[in-house]
Write a protein that binds this ligand. Sequence first.
Ligand SMILES: [Zn+2]
Length: 1013
Amino acid sequence: MENITRLQRQTLERLLERDKSASVRWNDDRGAASVLSGKLMPPGSVRNDLKENPEAILKAFLEEFGSLIGPKNSSASIRFVKVNKVKGDQVRIRAMQVAKRIPIHGASLVLYASAKRGVFRAQSGCYRNVKVPPLEYRGKPVDIEQRERKLRRRLMRTLSGDKRGARFIKRKMKAGFGEDPIAEKNFPLNAPPVHWLYPKKGEFRHVFRLNAYQPIEWLGVNGELSASIHMVDMVVDLVTGRQLHQGGPIGVWSDVTADGLSTLQESGSYITRPLLAVREDMAERLLVNRTNSTDIFTHHAGGSDSGLETKLQNGTDLSTDTDGHWNDTTTSCTASDREDSQQPETDAHFFAQEAYQYYDALGWEGYDNGEWGAAACDVRVAAHIGIDDNAYFWRWVDGSGRHFGYLAFYDGECSGGSIAMDFMVGDPGIFAHEYQHAVTYFGSVDSAGDPGYLEIDGWHRAIHEGLSDSAAGLRAETWTAPGLWPNGACRNNLPFRRIEYPRSTDTKSGSGYVDHYDDRVSAWSPYTNSTILSHALFLAGQGGVHERTSRAAELIPVPGAGNADIFAIMHDAVTDRFDSIPANSTGVQTMIEAANLILDAAEDAAGGVRSCEYVMLRRAFYAVGLYPFDSSYVKQNYGGEACMLPWTISWRHSRPYLGFPAHWWRSPDLFINNGSGVEYDADVGVENDLFARVRNIGDADLTNVVVRFYFRAHGTALPPSSTAWKPCQDSSSTDCVLTIPTLAAGSMNFTNPASPPASQAVKWYLPASEVVAGVDHFCIRAEIECAGAANHDNDCPYRTQSNVSYTPLSLAHGLEIRFMVANWLDELIPLELEIDDRSMPKGVELHFAGPGSLKGRRLKPGEEVPLRWKVEAPTKAAAWFRPPYDGAVVGQITGKILKGAWFDAELSGVETLKKRAPRRGVVLIEGFLAGHIRRKNRKLQGRFKGELNTRDGTLTGTWNTVWYRRGKPYYRKLKIKAMLRPTRAIHFAQRIKGELVGGVTYTLRWPDKERRG
Ligand SMILES: [Zn+2]
């Protein structure tokens, strides 16, 4: 306390006499107290003036302590500004210091007072001495008004001289100034500048303080410089015109949790998604997630993507909400209503965080992994760019060559007044697709080290799109783009593409895509070619069956090696290896090389070529014709490989297109046929004819293919190793072994399961002793060995299993079901049982019949327990023709084309449109029908629409088919008359630690009353 006057010291002593605990904080620079606290003025002296006359309190305070907080003549130079009520009766009185009637920047005085405590605190920024400099320039007096005009012209020049500024002026002039004539008159200022005294280096200067639109660079919350046009506050030296200070947008954000409603639904109501947001000073919430090392920003583009990049660069137009619940929804088709919905922002923000974490776990942060600059570029997502069923990834590049990516999503599309495609960003697959574009863009680098090596056209684009569709499927298990409502945005329309079966014309455009290299089209149709790659990754990850009717091996089954593992391999290839993909100009080589590099990544991941990931990727690339090629890209031989269709569950996404029934836990290639057709139930105490249909899916003959058979009690979790199963044996206790001496390239040991050659049967004797309490059904397994075949030299088992029980549809006394659940781990686990009885009609009830209760049930290590269930169902046949109507169709073609031909097919995804003639029990249905014409065994598929008689199952209508010859599609509209036998099955499946390990299927057998050819 050096700079203090005698008067000030005396005043201070007087205060301390009154209140010994009073305190003071002095400021030597200003020669005044900055804080005084204590009993400054007693309650009685302020009580009456608190509400009505706060100026009187200020006046009384200044009379007593004015000299302590500022100038000697404080009553004249400190002016009342305003009063704020703080809480209860407490108020805050604000005042400012002026000199020669000019306000002084920073010289404010705040008094705190209440009825109970009187004035208890004073805070001051005032000066004891203020020397006002003369208002002159080089000896001449300054004309303030002239200086004002000059300043305005200069600011206008700066604004219009900036590219962005010039555009801004145009827009602003068009938009107008609303009810603000002052702003209009003073543009680019919002009002005339104000004359102030500005403390600078121990003296005071005459300045203008003002607000004006100017091009500025400002530091964002992300720590990076941004450039934009903003209204900024400025301090300009009034005399010299020099700018002393310019402010930019600034926010103090605090992280808050929030939530919002999704585009998608669960059980008929919108899913609530947790969100991470920020809040600036207690104002509204913004969708900014700062929990990762790169921030995620979700923007509201306002219904258009024009000027979007500027908004993203400036960090403006973030999605906001006042209470932190983004819960405005809409099903309206009006553009403005859709723009008001907060569902897209909710989904965008949520999916971005989910994606971020997913890639982060693979060691990749955000879009670019921070590889092109000091920091990773922000993850920016824009919702509401207009009405369309589209979305995109794009980037901008700044002057120093840095690339900044963003994703943008349209609000969906309507047709006939209802939503055809919902908010695009609400589709998990579409979001994953666009996010992968960003990673692919930044992950593949050109020879100069810049991102974006995989170009945005030609075969490079096909790879780009193929990777994005693969990422969507592998991450979201959505293999149609977009997904079908309520799991995807496809509400009332067909998807654009079906990665699970690219050739399907059951798409929005009615055209199919390519699923084999030999069918490739011009490089300028990159989407059409992209599915060669994405379908291969679908097969290797999800698991599926590749169908090619012109190939000797019509079906190539690929059991999935796991979506997550295949994704990780793909990611490694993209971000670490794709830099050496041949240049776009080399054409199709690029996709062959992409397949090679993905195989390299799989080899490195497992330290060799023996893993299931490698083997399934190799088989998938072979199936789609991308493998093997030599170094001159000349096709090579793959070799022979023997396998069977695994149980249907593992290729469930292929099933509807191939025309097989939804009997999840059975394989069409492993069954019993004792002379009366295909069965999945063994007779006890006799020899059963057990068949394995083995396929050589390769292009070279195989010799000495050996199949061994095993069985075990019917159960959902059976031991992985066949050594824990019993070998099937004949009546003389000899193991059942099928030996196929020669299996030609592309052939099967037999083709028709209904009449298999006796030579291919093994005789399985099931002794009555195996049937014990709780076990009266069995699962069968077949394992293929093919010593000496190169493709078989790996660690991935060639194994197929059928866990199906057939029961006649006679339910008068209820049906009892028994199967085992088990735990093969060495720790206690909860029983996770899934029941799928969706194919049952209304009225069917399934009851658990013990033992014990299922609630909270645990399984000890090694424990196997038989569970009992009871199915109760209506006995009237008519009740069994209630929906759902997915099922087997057998019938004849009645129109001109193929007239009279018999076919067998499978109807899936059936929708009941409306009752045609309810009294006669006729309903109009639509669905996807796939199957074969018996004559020529020709494959047909397409949409069926027609009438179902629910009294007898007669189906009549139109089948819009497509078939292929040498890769070319042929379209035919066929008329059919057929019988529908809806699938009635109950599936039980067990998960262990979330992983699906197995299941059993109970199929209810329909009475044999069908049309036969
Ligand atoms: Zn794309």
